[in-house]
Write a protein that binds this ligand. Sequence first.
Ligand code: CA
Length: 103
Amino acid sequence: MFCSELDLKPQGKLTVTVVKASSLKNKEMIGKSDPYVVLHIRPIFKVKTKVIDNNLNPVWNETFELIAEDKETQALILEVSYSTSVSTVVGHSMHAFENLYCA
Ligand SMILES: [Ca+2]
């Protein structure tokens, strides 16, 4: 039987607050890098914070709600990127749901 990813039924809603990052590496020759965070559980539902210009210790304090369909196999992915002409991911982290409070 064919079962596509789209058939997954939501199991829970995850509220994530992206607070801040610190001591990011500067990648710009002039000025400082402009970081933002992209987060997702499934790659087709990505959300992102606003870009904070010229700050290597950015504070976002932005809250997102993400839907999790399968807490056994899915995880929360967070990626810090810099806003440039070329997209560069400078760091990412993955959080298995057993380590998170899932409402
Ligand atoms: Ca900049």
